[in-house]
Design a binder for this molecule. Structure first.
Ligand code: UP6
Length: 277
């Protein structure tokens, strides 16, 4: 799986959105997803414009915005079209099917109308997928244009989402290719499917040489439980297909340059993984 190029994996995918994402990564030559975790919508749009040419996915937490509006969504969709990237709302749905169908399709954010991809916890079991799919029946979107990523394993220190939980979450992902495009995970353990995309957060280059871990992987944290690995490490040792970088880019002086740097590091590591260089 890890040595198979994205375009060949797209052919094997039974989920239309995972195939679309794998092709986009292959054509645009980027596996970078930016986490635009800021609280002003102008700042989010600025990041989308600056990082746009270098990313495959733009990840939001719209419930953290002070000034969410329909106009913001239109602008974000326009930038997604201009720069050719997908929109992921990292909502991490986690409730029973009926509740998530309301949270996905209704309310202030109407996530189903605009987010190509969303994230979902596996805790409630398959009913959560049924709930999300049912919301699409009354939304503007078609099922084939929407998909979710199941959170199988988290990056935070002492997470409970690991081991047997991860295995069960991956099993759920494998069984629901109708709506699942991939998993959010720190490793590819137990992930055989060529079609499922592994999205890995907790990625940052070390600030100094002191941050370099003993296996050559750069490890550090943020004081609130986040744990980081280097782009090289997550792609070659952890099986990341898409790597999520938030503050590594958003807190840099020049987000456009930082995005390009991460994109290049990640793409080089992917090429090494598939044996292309
Ligand atoms: N995220 C994680 N770890 C997970 C799942 N999701 O960090 O296991 C998300 C966070 C944040 C981003 O919600 O948006 O990835 C990481 O941002 P950072 O690079 O600034 O730490």
């Amino acid at each position: 799986r890890l040595r198979t190029p994205f375009e060949a994996r797209a052919e094997k995918s039974s989920n239309p959105m995972s195939a679309r994402l794998l092709r986009l990564m292959s054509e645009k030559q980027t596996t970078l997803c930016i986490a635009a975790d800021v609280s002003s919508s102008d700042k989010v749009l600025e990041l989308a414009n600056a990082a746009g040419p270098h990313i495959c996915v733009f990840k939001t937490h719209v419930d953290a915005l002070n000034d969410f509006s329909e106009n913001f969504v239109h602008e974000l969709q326009r930038l997604a079209k201009t720069h050719n990237f997908l929109l992921m709302e990292d909502r991490k749905f986690g409730d029973i099917g009926h509740t998530v169908s309301l949270q996905y399709g209704s309310g202030k954010f109407k996530i189903a109308d605009w987010a190509d991809l969303v994230t979902v916890h596996a805790t409630p079991g398959p009913g959560i997928i049924d709930g999300l799919v049912s919301a699409l029946e009354t939304s503007k979107a078609q099922l084939e244009d929407r998909a979710c990523f199941i959170v199988a394993e988290m990056s935070s220190k002492d997470t409970l989402a690991t081991g047997p939980y991860q295995t069960a979450a991956i099993k759920l992902a494998e069984s629901r290719a109708d709506f699942v495009a991939g998993v959010v995970s720190q490793s590819s353990t137990g992930l055989p499917s060529l079609g499922l995309v592994q999205l890995t957060p907790g990625v940052r280059v070390a600030h100094s040489q002191n941050g370099v871990g003993k296996n050559g992987n750069d490890t550090s944290s943020d004081g609130l439980g986040q744990q980081y690995n280097s782009p090289h490490h997550v792609v070659l040792e952890r099986g990341a297909d898409v790597a999520v970088v938030g503050r590594g880019i958003t807190e840099s002086e020049n987000p456009a340059e930082a995005a390009k740097l991460y994109r290049d590091l990640l793409w080089k590591a992917y090429q090494q993984r598939i044996g292309a260089n």
